[in-house]
Design a protein around this ligand. Structure first.
Ligand code: C2E
Ligand code: MG
Ligand code: MG
Length: 277
């Protein structure tokens, strides 16, 4: 035990208490990061990334508050809110642009998830095919058989499923064989080194090949440089996401970005325009 431990406990406690009122007080918001189609250069998907402006502690990273929300059973209402907000925002975009929402592994086992998804679609009027759920491999850790059931039920409604941060967990080929993911997102740690490290490149390349053979889309995550972007295109990734193209931005800025690159918000921007901007 030391004081820094005590401080950490206090902060966790403050965040836990704060989370309970954050939604009602309008402190939570969604930012969106566009994901571009490598071939057409257009925005294909926008990933919703949660932001929290705490009244006294300032902006808190989702990497810090999502695990707290998971442990204090706030993750379910927060996710329901995110799904609803994301679907409503997506109604303002071109109908070919999908919206992706991150789903915490603890929710895959709960009956609340399908209910929240259906409610969000009905309230917003968004077509199910435009909603993509991002899950990580950790959902398979304690698979009781329910996971597959819930995932296939969601796909039956028409939703798309993306496997997020691929390469960082167990990366078992069994998951790719047994679960029909629509998209595989290769973690940024692999894309980071593709220019210098042939080993990183070899792994990213083989995931791109494998996904292509399985008829699954691929996203190269965390593209920060023009060189990484070129590599991802050469390796045959169908989609790219990263700071070199756009950081996550508030919904209103995303709309402005979409508008500035096309005649209106329903006419989406191209990757080239984006990089010239
Ligand atoms: P993620 O789902 O893998 O999201 C991608 C993260 O990488 C985002 O961080 C994004 O800002 C960041 N990123 C994108 N491009 C680049 C790049 O070129 N370079 C670098 N260095 N980073 C890049 P963010 O927004 O801080 O989110 C962190 C994680 O928190 C997410 O990782 C996701 O696991 C979780 N998260 C965010 N929003 C939600 C949510 O609404 N629900 C749940 N359950 N988890 C969320
Ligand atoms: Mg994600
Ligand atoms: Mg990711």
């Amino acid at each position: 035990f030391d004081w820094s431990m005590k401080e950490r406990q206090n902060r966790t406690y403050d965040l836990e208490m704060g989370l309970r009122s954050a939604m009602a007080n309008g402190e939570l918001m969604l930012h969106y990061q566009p994901i571009f189609d490598t071939k057409s250069g257009k925005i294909a998907i926008c990933e919703a990334l949660m932001r929290w402006d705490h009244p006294t502690l300032g902006r808190i990273s989702p990497a810090e508050f999502i695990p707290i929300a998971e442990s204090c059973s706030m993750i379910e209402p927060i996710t329901a809110w995110a799904l609803e907000q994301a679907c409503r925002d997506a109604m303002e975009w071109d109908e070919n642009v999908r919206v992706a929402v991150n789903i915490s592994p603890v929710l895959i086992k709960s009956d609340g998830l399908p209910r929240a998804v259906i409610a969000a679609l009905m309230l917003s009027g968004l077509e199910a095919r435009r909603l993509e759920l991002e899950v990580t491999e950790s959902i398979f850790l304690e698979d009781s058989g329910r996971t597959n059931l819930i995932l296939s039920d969601l796909q039956r409604i028409g939703l798309r499923l993306a496997l997020d941060d691929f390469g960082t967990g167990y990366s078992s080929l069994g998951y790719l064989r047994d679960y029909a993911f629509d998209t595989i997102k290769v973690d940024q740690s692999f894309m980071r080194g593709v220019e210098e490290h042939s080993r990183h490149r070899a792994i990213a390349q083989s995931v791109a090949y494998l996904a292509h053979a399985l008829d699954v889309e691929t996203v190269a995550e965390g593209i920060e440089t023009e060189e990484q972007l070129r590599c991802a295109q050469e390796m045959g990734f169908t989609n790219v996401q990263g700071f070199v193209l756009s950081r996550p931005v508030p919904a209103i800025e995303l709309l402005a970005m979409m508008r500035s690159m096309g005649s209106d918000a329903k006419d989406t921007a191209t990757m080239q325009d984006r990089r010239r901007a």
